[in-house]
Design a protein around this ligand. Structure first.
Ligand SMILES: Cc1cc2nc3c(=O)[nH]c(=O)nc-3n(C[C@H](O)[C@H](O)[C@H](O)COP(=O)(O)OP(=O)(O)OC[C@H]3O[C@@H](n4cnc5c(N)ncnc54)[C@H](O)[C@@H]3O)c2cc1C
Length: 417
């Protein structure tokens, strides 16, 4: 009888966490299988803000030049228009070695990591393979069940198994493996959901990426060169009710907030052009079990404030590779203490950013989207402080570089030819 297929490490999920970790482990000489349920990386509004912490990791593995050749828009500073008053808020200028964040289609970043991974014979990326559960023996995770990913109306594919000495769940905020492992998350809540849509940009439009708060509405406009990527905030759960109304309701709110877009709101043809991000902020109390580690959104879903999700996922991947690559190159079981060490390194930076996000949600966003009739204003002391670039550097540093930033220390073996 044939032995069941097996690998040293199985990573579930080919998002930023899974692709970066797969590449780092393959580069360190570990046999790694990455399972990604979709057939490609092409999904719109998936999160595109690449911060300096990610650029530094890419530089450390020799991918920065290729990354900089990807289509992108660089942002050095961000302003808010609060009840008609323009206020500079966040400034990357003066920070080193990168004085900007980059808006890069996430599929381009993932394709870059996949292409680099494929240079290593021990990197096995399997697209359209969806993990469905965990295999456990003697209180330890020893693999996953999986099948070909089929659309929900197609006949279900039959399950196969893949045994692995270590399973790493990078399967995002709706993690199948988190549910299978019955790991409990602390839910921190959010007052808002985000409606994402795009609108054409004209040459006469503002150049910068900025946020606008007025009349109980809030919208962030990200300059994507030929179009605006718009994030329109609605009170939590308000999306379903809004969608029962004509699309003109959204168009009119957009025109009120950004009058320069009034001539093209008809490009939002229907609610089908609008994608909802249900904002979720949570963190697992424990990110591991014997034979299983969770990282990225599977361990901690982030608020969209600061656009940190991709970057924290990549930092988790770097920390996991640093801690586990050498152990995975051997043949011994991976001790749970090594998995706990990954959580110990990443918990503090994650919770620090979440605390800042939760404070901003409570103090700014809840008030900005409340239809109370009282206009939101920037307090005079805050306005005075924000005139100093070094003060505006603080949020840029926190979101862009982050407390506890990880340097790539996992080895390269064999050296790439
Ligand atoms: C609409 C939207 C906008 C966002 N905007 C931003 C932003 O501007 N900036 C930012 O930094 N972050 C943003 N985020 C968050 C960001 O996308 C995530 O924080 C980040 O991608 C997390 O990376 P990850 O690898 O942990 O998980 P994910 O990116 O969620 O990747 C998980 C991967 O696992 C795959 N998968 C899921 N289940 C299975 C399974 N059972 N088997 C196999 N594969 C599976 C999925 O297809 C996916 O490819 C946004 C998120 C959304 C939804």
């Amino acid at each position: 009888m044939d032995a069941a297929p097996s690998t040293r490490c199985c990573i579930v999920g080919g998002g930023p966490a899974g692709m970066m970790l797969g590449l780092l482990l393959a580069r360190a000489g570990v046999n790694v299988v990455v399972l990604e349920k979709h057939g490609d990386f092409l999904r719109d509004f998936r999160g595109d803000t690449v911060h300096p912490s990610t650029m530094m990791a890419l530089q450390q593995i020799g991918l920065l030049e290729k990354f900089e050749r990807l289509p992108q828009h660089r942002i050095q500073h961000l302003a808010g228009i609060v009840s008609g008053h323009t206020q500079e808020l966040i400034d990357f200028r003066g920070l080193a070695p990168f004085d900007h964040l980059a808006l890069v289609p996430q599929w381009d970043l993932l394709a870059l990591l996949a292409a680099e991974g494929r240079r290593y014979p021990n990197f096995d990326l399997r697209m359209r393979r969806m993990a469905t559960g965990l295999i456990e023996e003697g209180g330890r995770v020893v693999g996953v069940t999986m099948h070909e990913y089929v659309k929900s109306d197609a006949p279900a594919a039959s399950d196969e198994t893949l045994r692995a000495d270590l399973v790493i769940a990078c399967d995002g905020r709706h993690s199948t493996l988190r549910a299978a492992a019955k790991l409990a998350a602390n839910e921190y809540g959010a007052p808002m959901d985000v409606l994402w849509f795009r609108m054409p940009r004209a040459d006469t439009d503002p150049q910068e990426t900025f946020g606008i708060v007025d009349s109980g509405h809030m919208m962030v406009l990200l300059n994507r060169n030929d179009y605006w990527q718009a994030a329109f905030l609605v009170p939590k759960g308000g999306d379903a009710q809004l969608r029962t109304q004509p699309i003109e309701v959204l168009r009119s709110a957009v025109s009120t907030l950004a009058s320069f877009l009034a001539d093209r709101t008809s490009t939002i043809e229907s609610w089908d052009d609008v994608k909802t991000l249900e904002v979720q902020v949570d963190c697992l109390g424990q990110w591991h079990q014997p034979g299983l580690l969770l990282i990225g959104d599977a361990a901690h879903a982030m608020s969209p404030i600061g656009g940190v999700g991709i970057n924290l996922a990549i930092q988790d991947a770097v920390a996991a590779a640093n801690a586990l690559a050498e152990l995975l190159r051997g043949n011994d079981p991976i001790p749970e203490s090594a998995l706990a060490a990954v959580q110990a390194r990443r918990m503090k930076p994650t919770r620090l950013v979440q605390r800042v996000q939760l404070t901003m949600q409570k103090r700014i966003i809840s008030r900005a989207i409340a239809q109370s009739g009282t206009p939101l204003t920037v307090p005079p002391l805050v306005r005075w402080l924000l005139q100093f670039r070094r003060v505006r550097n603080i949020p840029a540093w926190l979101f862009g570089y982050g407390y506890g930033r990880e340097d790539v220390r996992s080895p390269v073996f064999p050296p790439p030819g």
